[in-house]
Design a protein around this ligand. Structure first.
Ligand code: NAD
Ligand code: WQD
Length: 348
């Protein structure tokens, strides 16, 4: 019998790529998403890309905090596990609207965990973030590093990690994997699904992409006086397809071992500067990205990259792609869909 997986936030950037890989891996997949930061077009594209497996996807436009609706979904299917992507993720917005973030991310997760427990589904993969390392004192970041939230968004990730550890302590039937993603970029090689942020992008690569297609005039580089190779911030960019693969590896671990509650970094272990990333994208796209140098963005760390040893050893997973493939696939998506899933006149 094919296993059934509930995916919250499955219409979003990372979720849509993971859902495609789940379908291709033979899983039945039920997506719950309120489409607050995504489009149903992404779901339709995933169904098309999955071909004969597309019929194994069911989509519910539901907010995770709607307990009755969630309960009905769990009553109609016996889920083998849940992958929980749903959440708000804009750091700046979380500083402006902390209650929105605590309500959506924390209450949404608590509601999900309550319904899972009520239906005896106790296997979970959760989207945590490298943001929980704050401004790391050294690199690479290992899973044992001290944790620190720099903003309400990061705080929600820390709180949810703690909730998961407490749940496992209270009931050892739970098996939970917390995945700390570094900087996901790129798109599916088909160019049919990818990242499509609403409004002005907060993150580097969606901004670069919008400059390349002519939607923005220049990239503002936040700081060129860091103690790094070229003065710009260094991050661990990871191809979203590799990241999605990491979720399949985590699921296998949940099904095949007595894992308890464990945390894994998902990154490449390599640090790349802003200017190196821009150069790689210019090479992949053939487009010049005009730059405006500016001061440091408040709250930004200097250098962040992952230690990948634990995921390699215990999940038997490692990233396959480098920044050239990330930029190639991101440009393929951008050039095929310059306005993402929307039409040009419906965006800003
Ligand atoms: P995304 O915004 O593209 O996807 C999140 C999805 O969750 C969206 O489709 C949104 O509509 C949905 N959602 C949000 N709140 C919901 C709710 N209450 N009920 C139902 N659906 C809801 O973001 P993403 O980049 O795909 O990120 C997925 C997860 O990974 C998030 O939890 C995010 O915090 C985490 N993460 C992302 C990054 C990154 O840089 N993209 C890095 C680390 C961690
Ligand atoms: C990368 C580098 C910027 C935009 C954020 C969240 C983190 C996680 C991933 C969810 C930095 C520089 C950026 C721009 C720039 N998300 N930059 N001009 O800050 O590492 O992490 O996304 O969990 O929580 O904080 O990613 O893409 O915003 O920035 O120069 O317009 O690019 O200063 O050095 P970051 P980012």
């Amino acid at each position: 019998m094919a296993k059934s997986i509930l995916v919250t936030g499955g219409a979003g950037y990372i979720g849509s790529h993971a859902v495609l890989q789940l379908l291709q891996g033979g899983f039945r997949t039920v997506v719950v998403d309120n489409l607050d930061n995504s489009s149903e077009v992404a779901i339709n594209r995933v169904v098309e890309l999955a071909g004969e497996f597309g019929k194994n996807l069911t989509f519910h436009k539901i907010d995770l905090r709607n307990k009755d609706a969630l309960d009905k979904i769990f009553a109609s299917t016996n889920f083998d596990a849940v992958i929980h992507f749903a959440g708000l993720k804009a750091v700046g917005e979380s500083v402006q609207k902390p209650l929105l973030y605590y309500d959506n991310n924390i209450i949404g997760t608590i509601t999900l965990l309550e319904i899972m427990a009520a239906h005896g589904c106790k296997k979970l993969v959760f989207s945590s973030s490298a943001t929980v390392y704050g401004w790391p004192k050294e690199v690479p970041c290992t899973e044992e590093f001290p944790l620190f939230a720099m903003n309400p968004y990061g705080q929600t990730k820390l709180i949810i990690e703690d909730i998961c550890r407490d749940i496992y302590r209270s009931d050892s039937d739970w098996k939970i994997i917390l995945l700390r993603y570094f900087n996901p970029v790129g798109a599916h090689p088909s160019g049919d699904i990818g990242e499509d942020p609403r409004g002005i992008p907060n993150n580097l690569m969606p901004f670069v992409q919008q400059v390349a297609v002519g939607r923005r005039s220049a990239l503002t580089v936040y700081g060129n006086d860091y103690s790094t190779k070229d003065g710009t911030g260094v991050r661990d960019y990871i191809h979203v397809v590799d990241l999605a693969d990491g979720h399949i590896a985590a699921l296998q671990k949940l099904f095949e071992s007595n894992i308890g509650c464990e945390v894994y970094n998902l990154g490449t272990g390599k640090g790349t500067s802003v200017l190196e990333m821009v150069a790689a994208f210019e090479k992949a796209s053939g487009k010049k990205i005009p730059l405006v140098m500016a001061g440091r963005r408040p709250g930004d760390a200097e250098i962040v990259y992952a230690s990948t040893a634990k995921a390699e050893k215990e999940l038997n997973w490692r990233a396959k792609y480098g920044i050239d493939e990330m930029c190639r696939d991101q440009w393929n998506w951008a050039s095929k869909n310059p306005y993402g899933y929307a039409s040009p006149d419906s965006t800003n």
